[in-house]
Design a binder for this molecule. Structure first.
Ligand code: UDP
Length: 383
């Protein structure tokens, strides 16, 4: 099957990392069309997945754009739509991986008479999207998509609640290759040394720096934990949220946490870094659509404390495969971290259970088979 994948981002977010794994079986017969250049293009090239940057100018619509702003930027889409239509004629299917890709892919699917699949990696709620953008996404998906692949039941439910057609949705969780996460059981103290954290209890936070990812909540919690509890923050501000980065640094200084916090920026050695942590914290203050870092930590055999909202409750069973705390509650987070630190044996039992369960539930071989079956059904029904 020949697939034209579309993604708006040049940067590496969860949706992009997920797409790399999905494209693998189609490596010889697909193209990934991007609407921005950046590290995502480079990683696709490294993995020998055909990729082309289709937009010469950045597309200005933002998640919170109003109707007037969206309309104003519509004219900037015309050249890229024309390119996608031309490309699409060489492929059996258009696979839109992001919201702007849905807009462009939806129009292009109509003009090129190709079926459209939308992979929904977002919770289409007011926390994340403007009314206008939600309406555009739902209208286009309802009108044009033969299939909406939701990355969790929470994302699927939000799509339906916003007016999306339930009968075109299927839930497929992100898939992972467990063996890639289990080979780094090196000496913990060796791994911690480079950060000056040897002998301390290290909490890892792996996410782009953004207010709704809640790094500030972990800092607040840290100030309430015993003094040997430290944190590493892995990730960068991907979408221009530099003010927030500044705020985090000020918060560290105000709370006197300079010796207990390290900001490592964006890293590609996630597995090694997770192996150096005693615990991984996920602190999103709004509903997380899926939360790849949670599954990655589980696969690394690291205990996870995560916020109880959105897709996260489908990943973590409280007290059995991790711990759930209310979003935005730094006190409960501090209590959960401290209790893991104080009960290493119980914590290890929970993380071991999580590792076993995650290897089975989020296995890439299975999820790619699920996606292949769904896509075959659509292309088969078109012929
Ligand atoms: N990630 C990474 N380097 C970093 C920070 C994060 O490769 O410095 C990866 C992380 O391992 C995960 C993804 O980025 O695979 C983030 O996905 P998630 O679903 O957790 O959040 P999203 O970015 O989709 O909101």
């Amino acid at each position: 099957m020949k697939i034209l994948f579309l993604d708006q981002s040049g940067e590496l977010g969860g949706a992009e990392l997920c797409l790399i794994d999905i494209t693998k079986p189609y490596q010889d017969s697909c193209l990934v069309g991007l609407f921005a250049d950046g590290s995502f293009r480079k990683l696709l090239e490294q993995r020998q997945i055909p990729v082309q940057v289709l937009a010469t100018q950045p597309i200005q619509v933002r998640k919170q754009s109003s109707f007037a702003q969206s309309l104003g930027s519509a004219s900037s889409l015309v050249p890229v739509i024309a390119q996608v239509v031309q490309k699409a004629r060489e492929y059996d299917l258009i696979y839109a991986n992001t919201q702007k890709a849905l807009v462009i892919g939806g129009i292009a699917s109509f003009l090129s008479h190709r079926p459209l699949v939308y992979h929904l990696h977002d919770i289409l709620s007011i926390d994340h999207f403007s009314r206008t953008n939600r309406r555009i996404a739902i209208t286009l998906a309802n009108a044009r998509a033969s299939l909406v692949i939701a990355n969790s039941i929470a994302s699927q439910a939000a799509f339906v609640a916003a007016g999306g057609r339930a009968e075109i949705t299927e839930v497929v969780y992100n898939g992972f290759e467990p063996e890639l996460y289990q080979s780094h059981q090196a000496n913990l103290s060796q791994l911690k040394k480079p950060f000056g954290l040897d002998g301390r209890f290290v909490v890892g936070h792996f996410s782009r720096l953004s207010p709704w990812k809640g790094q500030h909540i972990l800092l607040e919690a840290l100030a309430q934990c015993p003094k040997d509890v430290t944190a590493i923050f892995v990730g960068d501000a991907l979408f221009g949220e530099q003010d927030y980065v500044q705020q985090l640094h000020e918060q560290v200084a105000n709370l006197g946490l300079e010796e207990r916090v390290r900001f490592l920026g964006f890293r590609s050695d996630i597995v090694e870094l997770m192996a150096a942590c005693d615990l991984v914290a996920h602190t999103s203050t709004a509903a997380e659509p899926f939360g790849r870092v949670i599954v990655e930590a589980m696969l690394c055999g690291r205990p996870v404390v995560a916020t109880e909202a959105g897709g996260v409750v489908e990943l973590v069973e409280h007290g059995h495969t991790g711990w759930l705390v209310p979003p935005g509650d730094s006190q409960k987070l501090a209590e959960a971290i401290t209790s893991c630190r104080n009960q290493p044996e119980y914590t290890a039992t929970v993380s071991h259970q999580a590792q076993l369960q995650a290897s089975q539930r989020f296995n890439l071989t299975t999820t790619n088979q699920q996606i292949a079956q769904l896509l075959n059904r659509i292309v088969g029904s078109e012929q």
